[in-house]
Ligand binder design. Sequence first.
Ligand SMILES: [Zn+2]
Length: 311
Amino acid sequence: MSTAYFSHADCRLHDMGRGHPECPQRLAAIDDQLISSGIDIALDRHDAPLVSLKDVELAHSAGYVANLKDQLEQVEASGEPRALDPDTVAGPGTWRAALRAAGAAVAATDAVIDGRAENAFCAVRPPGHHATRDETMGFCFFNNVAIAARHALDVRGLARVAVIDFDVHHGNGTEDILAGDERALMVSFFQHPLYPYSGAVPKGTNMVNLPIPPYTRGAELREMIEAQWMPALERFRPEMIFISAGFDAHREDDLGQLGLVEADYEWITRRVKDIADRHAKGRIVSCLEGGYNLSALARSVVAHLRVLAGV
Ligand SMILES: [Zn+2]
């Protein structure tokens, strides 16, 4: 079985303005590196469909979804960018990009559950893990991973799913949506203090949060992951694993001050894959979150995909 790769040209139409780090070139850089590394041939490529708003409403309130649709369709029609919060700007391509990003996550989930792929990676933007049940935040509109996790639970009938978040920023949106839902276990690390300054006190007993001081390097982080994430994941025995794959904890990334390198992403992915192989029939759906140094991002995605694809 293969690793499915979901993306869509529409994801490059979302543009938050000149010089913004969450830029369309991120996906182009990943694509270039997939080809030059040769890993491209090991991936089964799919165009992401548009998400159904019914699926979106498994993670976001109906009022939020209706309001966002209204606002983003106005922006699409007028061509005038609009800031929805201090960090999150919508442009004319944002609505379609957001529908594709969440659509990729849900389609990847179905492909993996149906056995059409062993695991999947979604190269999408906008990212999702800061979007809460009722608010856009931190470059995020729809919480792609939370939507896919709820789709696996509520629509596909899985009993337990785990969410792994290794972005340098705390996945406050995913925590907001999944805290208290005992069918989900979320494990994460994040630089602290750093935007969005949350996570030091978990919002639910199903959250394993590791706040990490700036300048922590991979070796120390691996020890913490081994001691804190792994026993919780082993106990939980997830039937499927979702990854909020942000690569901004890389030491070349200027949005954070952690010291990870490609080998650390490879190691983390291998440990997650071990859990998935033991408990979840290997089922993993990984979705791109942050990662803003284009070269480090692309190299780290390849390291992540090498493990997922087993090449
Ligand atoms: Zn981030």
